[in-house]
Design a protein around this ligand. Structure first.
Ligand code: NAP
Length: 273
């Protein structure tokens, strides 16, 4: 196998301050030359930098505070990084969800989520993929979701953003075939991170433990897939099985099965407010 773009490379990683992103940072730290970590909570990134450099003294870690739902800030970040470094691998991991009845959602928050999950991901990919193609080497790793391939009642706009990420990344993996640029997407089911709290889970219930996978496992299988230039990876046996079943079940039947869940969520939210 050709050498992975991670090894000895410069990695730009968004959403490194918690969850799956934090695990990406820990797992590439021993392989990369330089790691540029991006998020809003800069104190968490500084803490991460201290820990990583203590473990890997040769690693250079650059902290970049950026609100990626602010598209002007995203463009400025891309321009700054492009001027300073040749990025070998871009990991678009930052993302949020928003749970609840669609018509009751804060529309500004929904737009901000689309800007973060979709538009900033496209802006960053566009900024860094050109130089990668020109060098004949590089990697794009986008974090989508199992929701990018199915339905998630109570998460209409989030599901839409992840359908975009899945369609975009899969098409890109085809379009960039033969260029030397690896393109991979990670599509996890439920992962215990800050995601659920940020998404505003009001139900008092979490996903069954049986279908959960850890953030560390997600990062491990995704990096392995990027090394091998595999277009898509879904971590966890059960979630693979569920997505496979949903793929071969008529859409009307999937909708019929999801409808009671949507109705129960609506009832719960309306009762709570
Ligand atoms: N957890 C799950 O069940 C699950 C399942 C499928 C897919 N995913 C996807 O996995 C990815 C990582 O999520 P996670 O589960 O690790 O959640 P998490 O623990 O909440 O981490 C989200 C990361 O994104 C960053 N972020 C959020 N808003 C940002 C903004 N406006 N600007 C810059 N950075 C921002 C956060 O940093 P700051 O808050 O410091 O900015 C944090 O580092 C997301 O794309 C999510 O959609 C998660």
């Amino acid at each position: 196998m050709a050498q992975s773009p991670i090894d000895g490379g410069v990695i730009l990683l968004t959403g490194a301050s918690s969850g799956i992103g934090l695990e990406f940072a820990r797992q590439v730290a021993g392989r990369a030359r330089k790691l540029i970590v991006v998020a809003r909570r800069v104190e968490k990134l500084e803490e991460l930098k201290k820990d990583l450099v203590a473990l890997h003294p040769k690693l250079e870690v650059q902290v970049e505070k950026c609100d990626l739902s602010d598209l002007v800030a995203t463009r400025a970040l891309a321009a700054k990084v492009l001027a300073e470094a040749e990025v070998d691998v871009l990991i678009n991991n930052a993302g949020i969800g928003d749970m609840g009845v669609f018509e009751r959602a804060n529309v500004e928050r929904l737009v901000s989520m689309i800007d973060l999950n979709v538009t900033s991901l496209v802006l960053l990919t566009h900024a860094f993929v050109g130089p990668m193609v020109a060098r004949g080497r590089g990697g794009i790793l986008n974090v989508s979701s199992g929701a990018g391939m199915s339905y998630m009642p109570g998460f209409a706009v989030y599901t839409g953003t992840k359908h975009f990420v899945t369609g975009f990344t899969e098409t890109l993996s085809v379009d960039l075939a033969g260029t030397g640029v690896h393109v991979t997407q990670l599509c996890p089911g439920p992962v215990p991170t800050e995601f659920e709290k940020t998404a505003g889970n009001f139900t008092g219930q979490s996903a069954p433990k049986l279908i959960e996978v850890t953030a560390a496992h997600c990062a491990r299988v995704a990096l392995r897939a990027l090394d091998a230039n595999r277009a898509m990876v879904i971590p966890g046996f059960i979630i693979n099985l569920l997505l496979l079943m949903s793929k071969y079940t008529p859409r009307w039947l999937v909708r019929a099965l999801a409808r009671p869940v949507g109705k129960a969520l609506r009832k719960k939210q309306l009762a709570a407010t």
